[in-house]
Design a protein around this ligand. Sequence first.
Ligand code: IPE
Ligand code: IPE
Ligand code: MG
Length: 252
Amino acid sequence: MPEAETSVANGIGNVAAPRHVAIIMDGNGRWAAARGLPRGEGHRRGVESLRATVRAAGELGIEVLTIFSFSSENWSRPPAEILDLMGLLRRFIRNDLAELNSSGVRVRVIGEREGLDPEIGGLLDEAEELTRNNTRLTLVVAFNYGSRQEIARAARKVAVEVAAGRLAAADVTADTLSSYLDAPDLPNPDLIIRTSGEQRLSNFLLWQAAYSELVFVAAYWPDFNRAMLENAIAEFRGRERRFGGLAARAGS
Ligand code: IPE
Ligand code: IPE
Ligand code: MG
């Protein structure tokens, strides 16, 4: 069967619902600019989209939702925008943590924690600690996150083990390195969604995305909604994941 027929429309595809969905929440600034508003207003509206998306993800039975909230490279933005973004993160945790906790969300944080503002570091710790026994949905917040930096951190930890004689260099495999990443116990993302029409990963989950399906959505992040999430999942389910093997064929 030609690949084009493996589509959402005819419902053919070998794909189960995604366990782990990761989102690059992009386009806040352009959303604001299109309305003559300051970029900060786009970020504020972006937090509302995030709230709605977390709720929808829980309702849709997604196990893990990872969100890219601030990249290692976002420090290169103007100081006022960085202050805005840090303020929003603090407010999001302060205002939403109790509700996330009561709705069964477990919060995890990936990214570099060293050198963060101590108040933000404390809030991130508190969010992880308070919600550690929740099981309905794991919300992974990628904050001060860069994938190359994460892989370098893992490589440093492996190097320490090798230097101490606890691990042989010849025994370092892809699985070894994986086990030193920031959240090694979580499944790899099945589906990565990026909003705003940009089609790149921008240093997000490079290792974990080896076999992720990518879906690019034209809408800016503040306009993202549950229907768009459901459409992205439907597109994902119409794909054929092969993992380097051969296509599954009916009857074979
Ligand atoms: C995403 O929106 C939020 C962060 C990167 C923190 P942007 O701020 O990147 O918005 P655009 O891409 O400039 O429109
Ligand atoms: C990626 O978006 C980072 C986040 C969404 C937090 P950017 O807006 O920083 O990415 P580039 O610069 O367009 O690649
Ligand atoms: Mg952007």
